[in-house]
Design a protein around this ligand. Structure first.
Ligand code: NCD
Length: 310
């Protein structure tokens, strides 16, 4: 049992919640390393994927996770839903809820949309990314990947590098790492920094090269060109020179350290092709972990017993 009813953020999750999700996720991996789950686990349950903002990988990952657990899946997009016809989101949610759905998975460009959904339904809600606020399922797949590599989540030093001020990934991952006992250092040019790093349980610096060789995980964020009003950085080339994980920085990384990135990648902007394809880059392992951890989150929120699958 999780201590939360919905998965809206990582700040409400205890270390026990996180460990439970990761353990159940691991139990869904079969001997060949595939996310197989138990077919039939969520049979008869209906999950609505409400994606009001474009998404490819998160959406496919949820859909596969749902299908691997045999749930009935309803996909709704912003452009096809009645929200565009002027119906309020509250009305849309109440209407769909009347069809007896068990869960909403919601992505929205507005912070707080998943919370609003909880007020209009008895179904469970998972936040698949809301504005610049939170992206808890991304943080959980990141934690899974990091734990799989190091065998633990405490006493690690993790640098989160990039467009912090636009990043819901940072907003979810940094507090979750702190909850699990790791140290987080935020790295960004001054225009991308957060106002209050202590809120994220982290320290903050503009000097990537000063922290690079002491970190166990270099977590690169995508530079979110679509969320930038006006240019906050002089040029992509300048950004890459100061903050990009190029070949020289790749060589200077601590021994055994790994590279993570939530995708989609801007090769040549925050990460060089050599680094993205390096043996210690875990980017595809993160994608793999996404299906497993989302299966675990849906299973546990819908009343699944952690002991039954562990
Ligand atoms: C992230 C997102 O959408 O917040 N990507 C993702 O979920 N795969 C990060 C990003 O878009 O940069």
């Amino acid at each position: 049992m999780l201590s939360v009813e919905h998965l809206l953020d990582t700040t409400s999750l205890t270390a026990e919640d996180i460990t439970q999700i990761l353990d159940v996720a691991a139990s869904f991996e079969d001997k060949e390393g595939r996310a197989s789950g138990r077919s039939g686990t969520l049979a008869g349950r209906t999950i609505v994927n409400l994606f009001l903002e474009p998404s490819t990988r998160t959406r496919s990952s949820f859909e596969l996770a749902e299908k691997r657990l045999s749930a009935d899946v309803l996909n709704m997009e912003g452009s096809s839903s009645s929200v565009v016809k002027g119906e309020s989101l509250a009305d849309t949610i109440q209407t769909i809820s009347a069809m007896d759905v068990d869960m909403f998975v919601c992505r929205s460009r507005y912070a707080g949309t998943p919370q609003l959904i909880t007020q209009n339904t008895n179904a469970k809600v998972i936040n698949a990314g809301d504005g610049k606020h939170q992206h808890p399922t991304q943080a959980l797949l990141d934690l899974y990947t990091i734990r799989e590599h190091f065998g633990h989540l405490d006493n690690l030093k993790v640098a989160i590098v990039g467009d912090l001020s636009h990043s819901r990934v940072c907003g979810s991952l940094a507090p979750a790492l702190k909850t699990m006992g790791s140290e987080v250092v935020l790295v960004a040019p001054p225009t991308f920094q957060v106002a209050d790093p202590a809120y994220f349980g982290a320290t903050q610096t503009a000097h990537f090269d000063e922290v690079l060789d002491s970190c166990d995980v270099i977590y690169l964020l995508r530079v979110q060109l679509e969320r930038m009003e006006g240019a906050a950085i002089p040029s992509p080339r300048e950004y890459f020179r100061l903050y990009g994980l190029d070949e020289a920085r790749l060589k200077r990384m601590k021994e055994g350290a790994i590279i993570c990135h939530p995708g989609p990648l801007n090769r040549g902007m925050e990460i060089a092709a050599e680094s993205a394809d390096a043996p210690n880059a875990k980017i595809l392992s993160q994608v793999h972990a996404g299906v497993l951890t989302r299966m675990a989150e849906m299973y546990l929120l819908l009343g699944g017993d952690a002991d039954a699958v562990a």
